[in-house]
Design a protein around this ligand. Structure first.
Ligand code: TZP
Ligand code: MG
Length: 208
């Protein structure tokens, strides 16, 4: 079983990028390509449908030792026995999530140095940092933070930090040059003609 410190490539359930494909096939392709985490992130599904897809992802991630994180929903994370939950700045604060999640992973998205410091002080297990580049995947994204925020925290962030937002094979070098070898990638992978190969190429860049 992977742990948080093993994480380099952080991947997602297909969300709006599903097209006419099977969510489980897309998750499997990402795992074969080297995904270390799969996050269930299905903003447009009913909770019941998220549960259904989540059960399948839990099975696939358990079989392969990949971490399974649920976006937003603490209840679903517990029902699915996920490895953790990912919270945004407008979701349930960590001090309320921790008693429920106990030893499980809590990650939080951050968009400024102040939010990074607060996340660490609140006992987050990892942070997402971004959007590093422009993204069209997320509705109402925070202002682009650029590689500058990654540079600011590269030497003194005591928990793993995962770069997110507009990252793909063409700009992943900017992320690694900013000292970050963990990246969360949605569209560049899920829009690629060969999802497994795209993961493999990005993963190779994250392995120093
Ligand atoms: N949080 C900040 S940017 C983003 C999330 C969930 C979306 C990243 O998607 P993409 O397609 O890799 O830009
Ligand atoms: Mg959220």
């Amino acid at each position: 079983m992977k742990t948080l410190s093993d994480v380099k490539l952080y991947c997602f359930s297909p969300g709006g990028f599903l097209k006419d494909r099977d969510p489980a096939d897309l998750v499997s392709a990402q795992i074969r390509g080297g995904a270390d985490v799969i996050q269930l992130r299905e903003k447009d599904m009913s909770k019941k449908d998220r549960l259904k897809v989540g059960l399948r992802i839990r099975e696939l991630t358990r079989q392969t030792g990949v971490l399974f994180i649920v976006n937003d929903d603490i209840d679903l994370a517990l029902i699915l026995d996920a490895d953790g939950v990912h919270l945004g700045q407008d979701d349930i604060p960590i001090r309320y999530a921790r008693p429920l999640m106990k030893e499980k992973i809590i990650g939080i998205s951050t968009h400024s140095i102040g939010q990074v410091q607060k996340a660490v002080a609140s006992g987050a297990d990892y942070i997402g940092v971004g959007p590093v580049f422009e993204t069209t995947t997320k509705a109402n994204p925070a202002k682009r933070v650029g590689p500058e925020l990654l540079l600011k925290i590269r030497n003194d962030c005591p928990i793993p930090h995962v770069a997110i937002g507009g990252i793909g094979i063409d700009n992943i070098d900017v992320v690694t040059k900013a000292g970050c070898h963990r990246a969360a990638v949605i569209s560049d992978i899920l829009l690629a003609p060969d999802v497994e190969k795209q993961c493999r190429m990005i993963k190779a860049k994250l392995n120093p």
